[in-house]
Design a protein around this ligand. Structure first.
Ligand code: MGD
Ligand code: MGD
Ligand code: SF4
Ligand code: MO
Length: 725
């Protein structure tokens, strides 16, 4: 969509419909205004998009600072001979690299990958990517084809949402849930491990609308987020104890007969087993784990079960804990127990991503693994154990080869992956061949042999879904790529050509791939469920189009129609888990790294290594304007006054925060945002610090109970004073 406008000063302006591609539930529709010279001069939220509603978050409102930053990587770069990998220049410092042409870069990289595959086997090549872009093609299409055909290791993308996602699907079969606008009809909203105001701002107007109509907002979060500060009731639960709380709520609900017998009988499976289990979770016992009072647990249970309609915004905060899968499973069962899926404004939302059924097989072509030299599916490496993968994998012969090449795109593992000291030891291996496709020089490019320039979402065309709404969107290319920046699809198409991959899919262009994702019939209409009315042409014209998930517009998820679980019902009891030898009914198991474990004798504080409100994971942390917005807590350790006093620590002191995995020095900030026994700091680039440390030096590679995902929020540390301010 391009809207023409004339202004007397600057000549014709174009307004292009684009989509914010960052890893955020909101996937905003962005209007980019481009002047006559082809320069983007303004970004704004699309007022016609029912969820974007005409505004952008503070991070992306300043997006042109990022696109036109003088620090952008705009040509291919090659590490200068003799410059060691650990050299950690500031973002502006390009001296470790020399500029080379794309042809030279692609030839040399293809040559090295080919040689490594020949010598050590293709599985010794590890692609590493996450959701730097959520554009469908940039996230996973030509890249997957390339690595599948090569026979490279497969990456299990567990760093974010696998524990919760799999847990949700065990209960409901698909990631559907309460729509954004429906939250406006709630009379009670629980934000459970969900920092709506910081991470999901486009849900907030619906929450406010509900509150204007009398709804209460209750936030369950060990940290007093902006969202918690605005709530009617902030429940500062101890980290990692949500499963206990959910089971305790169920105990009270069943004891007081507040469950929905009809919904349970008709729609659920395994109620008796669940009812037997929750008998153990008396409010008194649950109080001991969660740090709440028994009376508060009873009050919350009654309020939740008797306020109609009541909804839960369950985000991914809860599931970054060792027992996080079970916690999400238990919380997800609550709306089924009280039958709140029957009501508009009831239910729960973890993610709506299951609404989108793209033809991913056509995009990613997993069948190409059979045409690789392996002739079989390649081994799978868990991205949440990158440190292990780079330092230890391959020591046992049955694990396959050691990793000899690391190919990073859409991610900054040098900042975001847990157990950074192991990650760095791995990335420092002189013989490890590392390629990074990036927009900036990051904590990861410090270890790269080659850095390749990547486009931003203004510079390429895309198609995109969302995990926080149900609109399919088209992102037109607003401006020409800066310098020699190129999209992911282009990069992997060029590499495939140089590797001699001749399958026709390696010649596909963006247009063809957008069509493959939509899987059109003869008339051009998508065959994907929910996308029946959509053609690429119409999507380009409109910019965004809603999914139509049900013939009846009034249908509610998990109420109307069958469920896609093995039993066809909401599963309180999971035969799938039972068959794996796991507990089929949720139970509370305290994390090893928590106050409830013997480990806490050595490291007595629970650490929340948080996301920053004004960065996107590690993205934006290099931009001065964003850093200014984050200044209040940058490089600080928030701690409770009693924990500080016990250690002789005063506000502003330099403190050492450490455990067995690493240490970082921060500035103590005595804060009421954390309770006794909990400390918190914000994720940042190691590069932004003199000592090149990052809070992920402290986090572990231990995996969650369900989904084998990262456990950032189960981390114990100790803190000591180093010096006064
Ligand atoms: N501003 C901003 N927005 C973002 C991001 C960002 O970095 N910055 N990241 C994006 C990404 S990648 C994602 S996945 C989404 C995630 O969005 P959220 O799921 O909202 O992400 P988190 O901030 O990890 O966790 C939410 C809250 O859970 C709390 N929490 C931690 N441990 C526990 C616990 O044991 N129990 C309970 N009840 N709560 C707990 C945290 O204190 C946090 O406030 O946000 C996206 N949006
Ligand atoms: N301590 C701590 N660690 C965390 C978390 C936490 O809450 N606390 N959150 C975790 C979570 S939920 C997640 S999802 C991960 C996220 O971790 P990452 O996926 O690494 O996310 P970002 O830090 O946003 O880095 C994405 C990078 O991709 C680049 N990029 C953007 N678009 C493109 C593109 O089109 N092409 C290419 N080639 N590159 C592009 C950006 O410049 C950026 O450097 O971090 C995890 N790590
Ligand atoms: S980061 Fe999220 S809220 Fe901000 S513009 Fe992008 S999609 Fe919207
Ligand atoms: Mo994430």
């Amino acid at each position: 969509m391009a809207i023409e406008a004339m202004t007397p000063q600057s000549g014709p302006l174009r307004v292009v419909h684009s989509v914010c591609s960052h890893d955020c539930p909101d996937s905003c529709a962005v209007h980019v205004t481009v002047d006559a010279t082809g320069r983007a001069v303004r970004v704004a939220g699309d007022a016609s998009h029912p969820v974007t509603r005409g505004f952008l978050c503070g991070k992306v409102a300043k997006y042109l600072d990022r696109v036109y930053s003088p620090e952008r990587v705009l040509t291919p770069l090659k590490r200068r001979a003799g410059v060691a990998k650990e050299s950690r220049g500031r973002g502006r410092d390009f001296t470790a690299f020399e500029r080379i042409s794309w042809d030279q870069a692609l030839d040399e990289i293809a040559g090295r990958l080919g040689a490594i595959a020949a010598e050590f086997g293709p599985e010794s090549i590890l692609p590493y990517s996450y959701a730097g872009t959520m554009g469908l093609l940039g996230y996973g299409s030509m890249d997957r084809r390339f690595f599948h055909r090569l026979g490279a290791s497969q990456l299990d993308r567990t760093i974010c949402a696998e524990a919760g996602g799999q847990a949700w699907n065990l209960v409901y079969g698909r990631k559907l849930g309460t729509g954004n606008a429906d939250f406006a009809q709630s009379k009670l909203i629980l934000a459970w491990g969900a920092n709506i105001h910081g991470n999901n701002i486009h849900l907030w107007p619906f929450v406010e609308q509900a509150r204007r109509n009398g709804a209460r907002l209750i936030v369950i979060d060990p940290y007093r987020t902006r969202t918690a500060g605005l709530a009617d009731w902030h429940i500062a639960i101890h980290p990692g104890t949500d499963a206990a709380l959910a089971l305790g709520l169920m105990h009270v609900i069943l004891r007081e007969g507040l469950e929905d017998r009809a919904y349970i009988a008709e729609k659920t499976h395994g109620f008796d087993a669940l009812a037997a289990r929750v008998l153990e979770y008396t409010p008194e016992r649950v109080a001991g784990w969660t740090g709440l009072r028994a009376g508060e647990i009873e009050q919350l249970a009654r309020e939740y079960a008797t306020t109609r309609p009541a909804s839960i915004r369950l985000n991914y905060g809860v599931q970054r804990a060792e027992n996080g899968g079970t916690a999400v499973r238990a919380i997800a069962m609550l709306p089924a127990l009280v039958g709140s899926w029957r009501e508009r404004g009831g239910g729960a939302q973890l993610s709506l991503s299951g609404s989108f059924q793209w033809n991913r097989a056509a995009l990613e072509r997993p069948d190409l693994m059979m045409h690789s030299p392996l002739g079989r599916p390649a081994r799978v490496v868990n991205m949440s154990r990158l440190g292990h993968a780079l330092t230890q994998l391959g020591e046992n012969l049955n694990e396959g080869p050691r990793v000899h090449a690391l190919f990073v795109y859409n991610s900054n593992p040098g900042a975001v992956a847990p157990n950074q000291n192991a990650v760095r030891r791995g990335m420092q291996r002189p013989e490890l061949f590392t390629v990074v496709h990036e927009q900036f020089l990051t904590d990861t490019t410090d270890y790269a042999d080659y850095v390749l320039p990547a486009t931003t979402f203004l510079e390429h065309e895309e198609i995109q879904g969302a995990y926080g709404h149900t609109f399919v969107q088209h992102s037109a290319q607003a401006i020409e790529p800066l310098g020699e920046a190129r999209p992911n699809v282009w990069l992997f198409r060029e590499l495939a050509a140089r590797m001699g991959f001749i399958e026709p899919c390696f010649a596909d262009d963006i247009e063809a791939m957008m069509q493959q994702a939509l899987d059109p019939d003869e008339e051009g209409f998508s065959r994907n469920p929910g996308m029946g009315g959509i053609t690429l042409e119409a999507l380009r014209e409109a910019g965004h189009l809603p999914l139509v998930l049900h013939a009846d517009p009034d249908a509610l998820p998990f109420t109307d129609g069958p469920l896609e679980t093995p039993s066809g019902k909401v599963e309180f009891y999971s035969e799938t888990l039972a068959q794996k030898g796991d507990d089929p009914v949720p139970a509370f198991v305290p994390p090893v790294e928590s106050r409830h474990s013997p480990e806490s004798a050595r490291f007595s504080l629970e650490f929340l290594p948080r996301k920053a409100d004004h960065y996107m994971n590690s993205t934006f942390a290099n931009l001065d304007g964003h850093r200014r917005m984050e200044a209040e807590t940058a490089h600080k350790l928030e701690m409770h006054s009693e924990d500080a006093a016990q250690r002789g620590i005063h506000n502003g002191d330099r403190v050492r925060v450490w455990n067995d995995r690493g240490a970082i020095t921060l500035e103590a900030m005595v804060s009421e945002r954390v309770g006794n026994g909990v400390v918190a700091a914000r994720l940042d680039w190691a590069k932004s610090r003199e000592d090149s440390q990052c809070i992920n030096m402290l986090t572990s590679e231990r995996l969650t109970d369900i989904g084998a995902a990262a456990t950032f929020y189960s981390t114990l540390v100790e803190v000591e004073r180093v010096s006064g301010r």
